[in-house]
Design a protein around this ligand. Structure first.
Ligand code: AMP
Ligand code: MG
Length: 403
């Protein structure tokens, strides 16, 4: 079977998926991490009026420099009256600028005298935060599809909104396969067993996107049981993700069961770690079959499944950032696949280098756990120390905000 590049697989997959139609209203308290289903606009400007950026005196520039009488006191939250010409108004940070004043003089630049306050010259507009400098009435606040972040929630609140329409979270069923897998907390390993780690990393990856996990647990390597579980999961979830059993061994039954109970596309992705990826549907529900090796599963989810899920969820996200950092290692054997190397940052600023965190085997989770990012190595590329490498931070691979 020919290998498929990551870019081709992604464009094929993303072309076939539309946003879920199911939306709901949530209060701002519950909106963080949800995907906006509307693009709210501001009904008013922020700030709603010119106000003072400092504690000081509101004045008319043309009256300065001078000693001026203090004609009013304007704490934040009070409504000022028009400034009497030839006087100064005592004003505090956030308080509205009185009509007629065109500058604020910083308290530290003034001197209290018997007749009032001694003020130096001033520039029109100084220390004034203009009405609408933050938000203009009518302006779009966030785009539809935005995964709402804490600062977005604050922005919505700043124009007086207390709720927003968002997409209802998808429910993703996950099931792992393998006779060798034992669940953590169910006793010591018998000969031949290992603990089921993917079940936990995958569930956490999905939850980090704000989606619900329906955990079907682990299934033995028995075709009928795997097939039945696939159908049950497909009947209740928006998407099913399986782990293991998609390569070519005779104990790999997931592939065959997706094919016999629905439709299957099997790809050999030209990525390392990774490679086998099943995509199809059972009972009309999309199914992804991830490879079993823990790092392959993690990275295939991050690179392929995550963008698909976010689009299905109604999210519209920008491309994950790639940073250029110099290599602190060599790579002499070129790989025919696009390679994602687990790296950590050493040093900072101009002297920053990335170094490999350890074994790059697809079964070695510890080097992924230690990594700050992955270095993206093109097929055929070799690396010398000091070369610029493209680095994608681990946080971006997990993030619901980029893909
Ligand atoms: P498979 O894709 O089922 O052939 O599995 C490939 C490798 O990944 C084997 O060494 C499995 O033992 C291991 N593996 C599969 N599933 C899991 C899992 N859920 N947790 C940890 N290791 C796994
Ligand atoms: Mg297996």
């Amino acid at each position: 079977m020919a290998m498929t590049s990551l870019a081709d697989a992604l464009s094929t997959l993303l072309a076939q998926v539309d946003s879920t139609p199911v939306t709901e209203w949530v209060s701002l308290e519950a909106a963080s991490g949800r995907y906006a289903a509307e693009a709210p606009h501001a009904a008013l400007s922020v700030p709603p009026a010119d106000n003072s950026a400092v504690d000081g005196y509101a004045v008319r520039v043309q009256d300065l420099p001078a000693v001026l009488a203090i004609s009013q006191r304007i704490p934040a939250g009070t409504a000022p009256i028009a400034l009497e010409p030839g006087t100064a108004a005592r004003i505090f940070t956030g308080a509205e600028i009185p009509e007629g004043a065109d500058a604020v003089v910083l308290q530290e630049d003034t001197e209290q005298v018997d007749e009032g306050v001694r003020l130096p010259g001033a520039r029109a507009g100084q220390h004034i935060r203009a009405r609408g400098v933050d938000i203009q009435a009518g302006q779009q606040l966030v785009a539809a599809g935005r995964c709402l972040q804490p600062q977005d929630i604050g922005l919505l609140a700043s124009v007086g909104l207390d709720a927003i329409r968002v997409f209802q979270p998808l429910t993703i069923a996950i099931l792992t396969t393998g006779d060798e897998l034992r669940e953590p907390g169910t006793g010591d390993l018998a000969p031949g067993e290992i603990y089921n780690s993917n079940r936990f990393s995958l569930a956490a990856q999905i939850r980090a996107l704000g989606m619900n996990v329906l955990d079907i647990g682990n299934l033995p390597d028995q075709p009928e049981r795997i097939g039945d579980a696939l159908e049950r999961a497909a009947a209740v979830a928006d998407c099913v993700i399986t782990v293991g059993g998609v390569s070519v061994g005779e104990e790999d039954h997931v592939r065959g069961q997706i094919a016999s109970r629905g439709t299957l596309n099997l790809w050999k992705l030209a990525i390392k770690p990774g490679k086998p990826l099943a995509f199809g549907e059972v009972r009309g529900t999309p199914v992804f079959g991830l490879p079993g090796n823990p790092v392959s599963s993690w990275i295939t989810f991050a690179l392929v499944v995550k963008p698909w899920l976010i689009k299905r969820q109604g999210g519209v996200v920008s491309a994950a950032p790639r940073f250029a950092v110099r290599s602190g290692f060599e790579l002499n054997r070129p790989c025919t696949r696009e390679e994602f190397l687990r790296v950590s940052f050493a040093g900072s600023g101009m002297t920053m280098r990335v170094t490999l965190t350890g074994s790059q085997s697809s079964g070695v989770l510890s080097s992924l756990s230690e990594a700050d990012g992955v270095a993206v190595i093109a097929p055929g590329q070799t690396v010398s120390e000091g070369d610029w490498l493209d680095i994608v931070p681990i946080s971006a691979l997990l993030s619901p905000e980029v893909a």
